[in-house]
Ligand binder design. Structure first.
Ligand code: BGC
Length: 843
């Protein structure tokens, strides 16, 4: 193991307890010392460090729960159970794969596309739970990944009869019992609600098992809080209509997650922001100061328990309802305390821009604040708040005037029936707190402008890029000397030229020839002019590279790890086809020595957000940045920050939260961590509304402008404005009938004109077709995206790129009938943006 691996693993082990959430506790845990322990459950030996797909990080090894407990000195006395489960799983999984392959064949779909992201639901079995230990731990695991959504069946969102039976038996049978959730998202725990100790460990990367052992022994303590509401799946308004392959209607509008549950007063299993600790805290308001620019709420946090801990102070606001309906409350700010010793107290201030209180009015095409009372609440989760102050605005304030975007959703958003959710003592609290007057006249109004594309640069001389780098010539002069084809190449990823029928132009997961296992590169077709490519590797749970590679003629040949996960789903014919797609290794390649490289896995996105601590996110970003520098990666294809609209989304584990502020702040902190490293940038993704995996290349998210701006774009906005990510990845899906990569509203009007993004935008992989993305197997309502449409929209690079993208762009330059007819000026402007990024990151 290399020094950096050891250091990074130790760092993750140190910060990851902040991501773990204690959901229930009777005080039996932590334990005083290691001893005999009975260990059960799907995640005990088959612990999941993070989900599947491009978000899976290829590590040297990681610690399972069984190993972690043994490392810590526990004697695991339930080996017979663990062995029996292992044997059972090996057998049932084989059967399941055979069944999946048969289903794929019957549907006429290739095995990879059919099975990608599908996870075998837990099955039935019965093994003895007896042992001579007094303490038992049951680790319930769930996995998911891109390409498939989660399902409402037992063994995925729901627990199986076997799991319920065993968990309830253990609760009775052992003196002390802990249920550990090794999951990337919600599971419905209703049937086991009598269990007294539940820890949401999550999936914490390389040291997952060691982190659990530390928590169990009290060497660390959990201080995470849920960033998504947990409720029975049927209760989420997004469940109805979820996963329609053509159109998914976001009828609930802004009522996502707790904004819905708190408004309609529905009981939930665990509220948004919830999480216990080994100790207890009291949170009280000390002061509130506010003006038209900024609000600061100061809280006193007292550790009322018996050991050290950290608490998250959360500030919510209830907005006045005028023209616009409003949720009961929305989060406006939060801060985590430093460690507070038992009996000690600390002061924490939460500061936020007053503008956060604005809402988007479609009627005014503006962000506005309506006149009335803004009730500011302080507490430790969404169902536990006290009134901290009241801001009274005298008149309507118009803060930002915009153009309309993404029109044509065609329905009115849900306005739920509000059930008075009046926490005890609300009226008395309102009277007791400070009332602060705000004046609408004192707010500034910003009016955005949406400039046209700059004029065409007249043709000029061709010269080496070095002259631009040395400052002798301008970028404009360089672009003036580029041919249409060269300009078009800059708008496409670095695909290989292969004779027709002789293979594929890009192999996902092995498309980079400079960094082994990189997912792609920007073009190096202008290398003769001195323009190098940008090398891109996946995340978000660390840096995804190939673990072994060879160097042949100066080119890197990585092993195709990306396929390793999916090989088992392929039939013989497919395996043969795959082999024919990947060029046969040359003599030189066969003879070349194998090299090895390993990155470390950090906690999955959902877990990182649960820390509610920007420092933890930044530390993890910093480690990724160090590894990027070391391995020569320019752009990390992460953080992933789509809103967790429904627990059913198969990629939620990569994402942060149902709440845009938590999502935006976490992503901004990770971005700062990565981008402190020179030559390293992030690619925040998938912009936007990639909230389901079913038919992900061609599914249309139908969503109102208000919900778009207040919920689905907001987190991206926070990251772009505050942390300036170098790159953005547009999403596969369409929004209101147009692919996001082809939407000028999203990629230029909002992203650049309103938020000031100066870096690049790239597509998600193969959005313009080319991989056999599964779409051809049904009669789809929508078509694939267009590479020319990308240039027109301000989506600078189509990834991973192919000859059909080149043809599309060149056609759009001359063909006035093309749906996205292009001018040379547009292509030049696109090239300028790409080249600026090349200069910045390859310096
Ligand atoms: C995923 C992206 C990923 C890309 C490159 C796509 O299938 O949706 O998140 O970055 O592949 O591997």
């Amino acid at each position: 193991m290399q020094k950096f691996e050891k250091e990074h693993i130790a760092k993750v082990r140190e910060v990851a307890p902040e991501c773990a959430i204690l959901l229930k506790s009777n005080g039996d845990f932590p334990l005083d010392a290691a001893g005999k322990i009975a260990l059960f459950g799907s995640g005990a030996r088959r612990t999941i460090k993070g989900g599947t797909g491009s978000g899976d990080v290829n590590v040297r090894a990681y610690t399972t729960v069984e190993q972690g407990l043994e490392n810590a000195g526990f004697e695991v006395v339930s080996k017979a159970w663990l062995d029996a489960y292992e044997e059972h799983m090996t057998k049932t999984r084989k059967e399941w794969i055979t069944a999946m392959k048969a289903e794929a064949a019957a549907a006429g779909i290739n095995g990879i596309m059919y099975c990608m992201g599908k996870v075998m639901p837990e099955t039935a079995y019965e093994f003895s739970l007896e042992s001579d230990a007094d303490i038992a731990i049951y680790v319930l695991a769930r996995n998911s990944g891109e390409g498939a959504d989660r399902t409402m069946v037992a063994g995925d969102i729901n627990l199986t009869e076997t799991e319920i039976r065993d968990i309830l038996a253990l609760q009775k049978q052992y003196d002390k019992f802990l249920l550990v959730l090794n999951v990337g998202g919600m599971v419905d725990l209703t049937p086991v609600n009598t269990v007294e100790n539940i820890l949401l460990l999550g999936q914490l990367g390389t040291p997952t098992g060691d982190v659990l052992a530390d928590l169990v022994l009290g060497k660390s303590y959990p201080s995470g809080k849920l960033a998504m509401t947990w409720a029975p799946i049927a209760e989420y308004p997004s469940t109805e209509g979820f996963g329609d392959p053509d159109d998914t209607y976001y009828r609930e509008g802004i009522y996502v997650g707790y904004r819905y549950f708190d408004t309609v007063g529905k009981e939930v299993t665990y509220p948004f922001g919830y999480g216990l600790s080994y100790t207890t805290f009291a949170v009280e308001t000390k002061d509130i100061v506010a003006d038209e620019k900024q609000v600061t709420v100061t809280a006193q946090v007292i550790n009322t328990g018996k050991c050290a801990g950290k608490e998250v102070v959360q500030v919510y606001a209830s907005l006045p309802e005028g023209d616009l309906d409003q949720p009961y409350q929305k989060l406006v700010g939060y801060a985590k305390t430093k460690e507070v010793a038992a009996g000690e107290s600390t002061e924490v201030s939460v500061t936020f821009a007053t503008q956060i209180l604005a809402s988007f009015s479609e009627k005014d095409s503006a962000y506005i604040m309506e006149a009335g009372e803004y009730v500011i609440r302080l507490g430790s989760h969404s169902r536990d708040t006290m009134v901290a102050g009241i801001l009274t605005l005298d008149d309507k304030a118009v803060l930002k005037k915009t153009k309309h975007i993404c029109e044509g959703w065609g329905f009115d958003d849900l306005v739920p029936e509000k059930v008075a959710f009046n926490p005890d003592g609300e009226e008395e609290q309102k009277e007791a707190v400070k009332h602060i007057a705000l004046s609408a006249a004192k707010f500034e109004t910003v009016t955005y402008t949406y400039p046209e594309v700059a004029a065409e640069i007249p043709e000029g001389q061709t010269f080496d890029f070095a002259e631009v780098l040395s400052g002798k010539k301008t970028l404009e002069e360089f672009v003036a000397g580029l041919s249409d084809k060269q300009l078009a190449y800059l708008a496409i990823g670095n695909y290989k030229d292969v004779p027709e029928g002789a293979g594929v132009e890009s192999v996902i997961g092995a498309a980079g020839s400079h960094v082994a296992g990189a997912a792609g590169e920007s073009t190096s077709r202008l290398e003769d002019l001195g323009v190098g490519g940008l090398y891109m590797a996946d995340g978000p749970a660390g840096l995804r590279l190939a673990t072994s590679y060879k160097i042949v003629d100066g080119e890197v040949k990585g092993n195709a790890n990306a396929f390793a996960n999916f090989m088992e789903f392929m039939g013989e014919e497919e395996l043969e086809m795959m082999a024919s797609m990947v060029p046969k290794p040359s003599e030189a390649e066969l003879a070349a020595p194998e090299n090895y490289q390993y990155c470390i896995a950090i906690p999955i996105g959902t877990a990182l957000a649960q820390a509610w601590n920007d420092d933890v996110a930044e530390i993890c970003g910093d480690m990724v940045g160090q590894e990027m520098e070391m391995f020569g990666v320019h752009l990390w294809l992460a953080p992933a920050q789509n809103i967790q609209r429904s627990p059913l989304c198969g990629r939620n584990f990569e994402y942060y939260s149902e709440e845009p502020i938590v999502s935006g702040r976490t992503s901004a902190a990770v971005t700062r961590g990565v981008q402190k490293h020179p030559g390293c940038g992030v690619t925040i993704k998938h912009f936007a509304c990639n909230n389901q995996e079913t038919n992900r290349f061609l599914s249309n998210s139908v969503v109102s402008e208000r919900a778009l701006r207040e919920i689905y774009l907001k987190g991206f906005e926070i990251c772009v404005r505050s942390a300036k990510p170098e790159a953005i990845m547009s999403s596969y899906n369409l929004v209101n009938g147009e692919h996001t990569c082809n939407s000028k509203d999203i990629q230029t009007h909002v992203l650049r004109n309103e938020w000031g993004h100066e870096g690049i935008v790239m597509t998600d992989w193969f959005v313009t077709g080319g991989m056999g993305n599964g779409a051809e197997h049904r009669d789809n309502k929508y078509e694939t995206g267009s590479a020319a449409g990308c240039v027109k929209a301000g989506n600078n690079i189509t990834m991973p790129g192919g000859s059909s993208d080149l043809a599309d762009i060149l056609d759009a330059l001359t063909n006035k009938e093309h749906a996205y007819a292009l001018t040379k000026a547009e292509l030049q402007q696109n090239a300028m943006t790409v080249l600026k990024e090349v200069i910045k990151l390859r310096k």
